[in-house]
Every structure is written in structure tokens, then in C-alpha cells.
Design a protein around this ligand. Structure first.
Ligand code: SAM
Ligand code: SF4
Length: 356
């Protein structure tokens, strides 16, 4: 369906055709409606639309994963409703994630509607890139503003080893398809792992420069019970130091609104970012919450406290849903406390449960 047509249908009245209970915000956003107890305004939601994935990345999942039964997962209509209520509470940015969001059946049905939701200014998506050669044009047409694509290596065998099943060539085709579809400033995400991909950081930055992409290096987080993390951990500082022998890295003051800190390279548009939950705690400016595929609201990626939104969603009571979201602000902690002792995970969920 054409996005413009959808946009017309998704007036507050039109929205009711899809989602009967939604009250779209009348007269704009109630500024500050979602303030946590530390005074941080929540304007950004990361919505996981599936816990399933067509890869099994070693740092993200166990080899044998048990996925949620279908009835435990929010329907696409429920995803749209929960997103709409957040937008009504002043949220302006939404990231669709997973699991792998593009393996969810009919994901485009939801994405088209989110792209047309009045008040949602910034719809973005994180993907492993495996399905992008198929979906990139539709995502762009739907109003997705920017893509993050995970890429930890440029070596096909290594890629297969890290993802256990992935095909690097397909992801590279996906990156090209995103560009052809009109996406600009797509960002690569690379998890840093000593002894696995740390000899490729320079090549990954070169690839980003050649393909006019940004790139963020991510410190591995202790999510889920995966052994051996404390031997693979590398700090952002170490990677930056290593890269500085090959590239002139100029600190950038720009703020993406996220946890990454960026460096620019003269003569290139590429930004090199570092997401450093261990070595640089970014919690004091946290503006986000996460919703899992089964409708739990996690106010912090690094803590176990959550609010169940599914009951209110399935009761069809949006006032209850709105109140549950507002109340969840009370349990947003000041911050995570990931330690570098990665062997005993503090958070027992895998990243694919909470959405990256
Ligand atoms: N499947 C999509 C993808 O891979 O981009 C979206 C979901 S994935 C969970 C989101 C991001 O989380 C990816 O960039 C992935 O590399 C990152 N990630 C997963 N497990 C992680 C961990 N333990 N530490 C740091 N990053 C992790
Ligand atoms: Fe799947 Fe993304 Fe997790 Fe890899 S990081 S297993 S692609 S959800």
C-alpha cells in the first residue's frame, strides 16, 4: 500500500479502523509525559517484533535456542497499538529490532503503519542484513529513515563461524540494496571480540569509508549465559588506539541521541562510533526503553526489572496500557552495572530477547 494513502488513513479517526482502542494524541504530544524518577525524558522506544532469527550469532544466542510459542508473542496489531500509545505519550523515535525483525511474517504490514503514524518522527530499524536485498525498497518507501546493519567480519568463513549459519555474500548484497533503495548514512554495528575479529577492525573501517557508511564498534555485553566472554572482551579505548595508527580520528561533539560517541576522519563522511557500556557509562542521558516481543517493557537493557504490558494489551484497555507505561517509569534504574567479569551474567536474557 502506498505510504501517502496510509498516512491519510492514519488520522486519529482513520487509525481506529486498524486499532479500535487507540486514542491518537489530540493537539500534539504531552511534553514530559514520560519522565523517570531521575528526570530523564523517555522519547525513544526499541521494539522487538520477534525473538526469532535466521542467524545464531555466538555472542547473542546459544546454539540450541528455544523460541517463544506464537501465542506468547505480540501480534502485529498489538505491536502497532503499543507503539501508538507510546507516541501518544511523547515518544518520537522508534527502532524496530529483534531477533531479526525482517524474518517476522508480514513485518512490512506493521512497518508501513508505523511509518505513517502521526507524531512518530524517526522510524529506524536494526537488521542483520540477510533479508535486505528483498525488503530495502519497501522499507524506504514505508518511511524508515535509517538502517543499522550488523557486520562483524568481512571474511566469509569467519562470518559463518560467528553467525553459525549466515551467508556473508547475502548481507553484502543487502548493504548494496539499501543504498540502491535510497538509504544514506547506514550504520554498521560490529561487536568487538578479541581473537575473533580484532584483526579486521581497520578493514571494517575501510569498508565503511568505501561504501559511505558509518560504523560503530560495540563492547560485548554480558547478556545471556554464554561462556568465555571475559577472554574476548576488548574496550573501545583499545580499538580506538589501534585504529588511530591507520586513520586520523577527530573527536566529534555530535550527539546521535544514543550511547555511541563518534569520531570523524578528515576527507571522509564516515563516522566511527564506540558503544562502550563497560568503559563509558552512558546511563545519565538515557532516553529509551525496550519492549520485548512478548510485550514486556524493560526500562534498562542491563537490569532484570520489567513491566508486563501484554495483559493490558490483551484486555483491550488502552487507558490501562497507558498507565502501566507511565508507572514503569518508576522502576527505571539510574543505570546498568555491567562489570568486566563477563563469565557470570548479571542479566540472564539473551540480547535477542530484549532487542539490541
Ligand atoms: N538481528 C538484528 C541484528 O543483528 O542487527 C537485530 C537484533 S540484534 C540483538 C541487535 C544488535 O545487538 C546487533 O548489532 C548485535 O551485534 C548486538 N548484540 C547482540 N548480542 C550482543 C552482546 N552480547 N553484546 C553486544 N552486542 C550484542
Ligand atoms: Fe540474530 Fe541479530 Fe542476535 Fe545475530 S545478533 S543472532 S542476527 S538477533
Amino acid at each position: 500500500m502506498q505510504n501517502e494513502t496510509l498516512r491519510q488513513e492514519l488520522t486519529p479517526e482513520g487509525l481506529a479502523d486498524f486499532v479500535p482502542q487507540i486514542k491518537a494524541p489530540a493537539g500534539g504530544h504531552p511534553e514530559g509525559a514520560l519522565l523517570d524518577k531521575y528526570g530523564r525524558r523517555i522519547s525513544y522506544v526499541r521494539l522487538s517484533i520477534t525473538d526469532r532469527c535466521d542467524f545464531r550469532c555466538t555472542y547473542c544466542m546459544a546454539e540450541e535456542m528455544t523460541f517463544l510459542p506464537r501465542e506468547a508473542v505480540m501480534s502485529l496489531e498489538e505491536c502497532l497499538r503499543v507503539a501508538s500509545v507510546f507516541v501518544g505519550l511523547g515518544v518520537t523515535k522508534l527502532r524496530i529490532t529483534g531477533g531479526e525483525p525482517l524474518v517476522r511474517k508480514n513485518a512490512m504490514w506493521l512497518i508501513e503503519r508505523l511509518g505513517a503514524l502521526p507524531g512518530l518522527d524517526n522510524l529506524v530499524l536494526t537488521t542483520n542484513g540477510s533479508q535486505l536485498d528483498r525488503f530495502a525498497p519497501a522499507l524506504h518507501d514505508a518511511g524508515v529513515k535509517r538502517l543499522n546493519i550488523s557486520l562483524d567480519t568481512l571474511n566469509p568463513e569467519r562470518f559463518k563461524k560467528i553467525t553459525r549459519i549466515g551467508d556473508l555474500a547475502k548481507v553484502i548484497r543487502g548493504i548494496a540494496a539499501a543504498r540502491d533503495a535510497g538509504f544514506r548514512r547506514t550504520k554498521l554495528n560490529a561487536v568487538m571480540m578479541r581473537g575473533t575479529n580484532d584483526d579486521e577492525f581497520v578493514d571494517l573501517v575501510r569498508f565503511a569509508i568505501e561504501n559511505e557508511l558509518d560504523i560503530s564498534f560495540i563492547e560485548e555485553m554480558p547478556l545471556g549465559d554464554i561462556h568465555g566472554r571475559n577472554t574476548t572482551y576488548i574496550s573501545s579505548e583499545e580499538t580506538r588506539e589501534r585504529l588511530s595508527h591507520h586513520f586520523e580520528l577527530v573527536p566529534s561533539t555530535e550527539d546521535s541521541g544514543g550511547p555511541a560517541r563518534y569520531w570523524r576522519m578528515p576527507g571522509s563522511e564516515t563516522r566511527v562510533g564506540f558503544i562502550s557500556p563497560h568503559s563509558h557509562n552512558f546511563c545519565d542521558s538515557c532516553n529509551r526503553v525496550r519492549i520485548t516481543a512478548k510485550g514486556e517493557l524493560y526500562p534498562c537493557l542491563g537490569q532484570n526489572d520489567a513491566t508486563n504490558l501484554l495483559t493490558a494489551l490483551r484486555a483491550g484497555d488502552d487507558d490501562l496500557l497507558r498507565q502501566a507505561i507511565i508507572d514503569s517509569m518508576g522502576i527505571k534504574p539510574f543505570g546498568h552495572d555491567f562489570t568486566q567479569q563477563m563469565e557470570a551474567p548479571k542479566v540472564v536474557r539473551f540480547m535477542s530477547m530484549t532487542g539490541g
